[in-house]
Design a protein around this ligand. Structure first.
Ligand SMILES: Cc1cc2nc3c(=O)[nH]c(=O)nc-3n(C[C@H](O)[C@H](O)[C@H](O)COP(=O)(O)OP(=O)(O)OC[C@H]3O[C@@H](n4cnc5c(N)ncnc54)[C@H](O)[C@@H]3O)c2cc1C
Length: 332
């Protein structure tokens, strides 16, 4: 299937790049290994309950993000998240007074679903090979399906892009030196369905200096979430790194014990779910640019690794890459 641009990865960066480029007249196809778009902007749907398994909320500090947030609010994909947010720092509690928070409604993935409207997506199969012959990129999926285009964008976490590049040493030689140093931390993200209502007034607790816990959230406090009390919990990078191969049931018990200690409440759990993100959070990269664009190869890369490791950073990176492409290449 010949397109103008193939985009690897349909997380925030891939979706934003695709929308910008398609609206300028390029024929774009997004390829993602997951069952649907969103990447780390993910929600897990279980039997009768759900929780946001990746990004918990969005903030908008730049004018670009503010403009997009406004559009998404108007589209109904996003809603303000209000309530009592608190910080826990080495045992001291403080009320959060930072930037406004926004969440997808009725789940975080509603945003990525909205953003993917009218885009051409091929989801559910990993990209297993990329190569460039006579100025045309060829991309193969695990299913054997192949796509071709003169331009290729990667929004994959860099270790996953590097894996593909290493299969074609000549490509790796040209592209790898331009990629920023990648520092990703893993994260265990857990969801708990409680047997009784959440007894705390706090809707989220951000922790600093806790050996195990990074973030606790009462999911029902987010707009559009009804039903049983659901709590999502994220573990620290250090704990997650040390316990990458832990038994999920033991992990869920250990983490819940820590939540009970922090909140001072005993709360029986009806069900739990644990997900391990290997490339969860990025350190702000050493890159001087917010994206990579190699015009001579027709290759670009974007994603949160180029900026601050947040949804907003992924958006900024993708907008900048799309702008560079629009300035240098016309649609075929
Ligand atoms: C647990 C957790 C909590 C977070 N909390 C917040 C938060 O509260 N606020 C915030 O702003 N940010 C948060 N973040 C960070 C935020 O989610 C990311 O910065 C942002 O979503 C990154 O978007 P991206 O498009 O750059 O990458 P991704 O969303 O990772 O997209 C990359 C895509 O590439 C796909 N892919 C990978 N390999 C292949 C392959 N071989 N073939 C095809 N597809 C492939 C993946 O499936 C994925 O969809 C959190 C992240 C995690 C994990």
């Amino acid at each position: 299937m010949q397109q103008d641009i193939l985009i690897l990865g349909a997380g925030m960066a891939g979706l934003i790049a695709a929308r910008q480029l398609q609206s300028t007249g390029y024929r774009v196809t997004l390829l993602d290994k997951a069952r649907g778009p969103g990447g780390r902007l993910a929600s897990k749907r279980l039997d009768g309950w759900q929780f946001d398994m990746g990004a918990q909320y969005i903030t908008a500090s730049s004018t670009h993000m503010q403009a997009h947030t406004q559009q998404w609010l108007e589209a109904g994909w996003l809603a303000p998240w209000q309530g009592e947010f608190v910080h826990w720092q080495h045992g001291q509690w403080q009320t959060h007074t930072g930037a406004a928070r926004f969440v997808g409604q009725p789940r975080m993935s509603a945003l990525s679903r909205g953003l993917s409207e009218n885009l051409e997506l091929d989801c559910g199969q990993p990209v297993t090979h990329i190569c460039r012959q006579e100025g045309i990129w060829q991309v193969s999926l695990a299913s054997g399906r192949r796509y071709t285009a003169p331009l290729l964008i990667s929004t994959l976490p860099l270790p996953q892009l590097q894996h593909l590049l290493n299969l074609e040493p000549e490509l790796a030689r040209h592209i790898t030196p331009h990629l920023p140093d990648a520092h990703y931390a893993p994260c265990w993200a857990l969801g708990y369905r409680l047997a009784q209502p959440w007894p705390c007034r706090h809707v989220s607790i951000s922790l600093q200096g806790h050996p195990l816990l990074d973030f606790i959230c009462h999911e029902n406090s987010k707009p559009g979430r009804d039903g049983d009390s659901i709590i999502s919990v994220q573990c620290t990078a250090a704990f997650s790194q040390k316990h990458l191969e832990v038994d999920k049931t033991e992990l869920a018990q250990l983490v819940w014990q820590a939540v009970e200690e922090i909140t001072g409440q005993h709360m029986p759990v009806a069900e739990h779910y644990a997900h391990r993100w290997l490339y969860a959070r990025t350190q702000p990269a050493s890159a001087s640019e917010s994206c990579l664009w190699l015009a001579e190869l027709g290759f670009g890369a974007a994603g949160d690794i180029f900026t601050a490791g947040k949804v907003e950073g992924a958006l900024i990176s993708a907008l900048q890459l799309a702008e560079k492409i629009i300035q240098t290449c016309d649609p075929v």
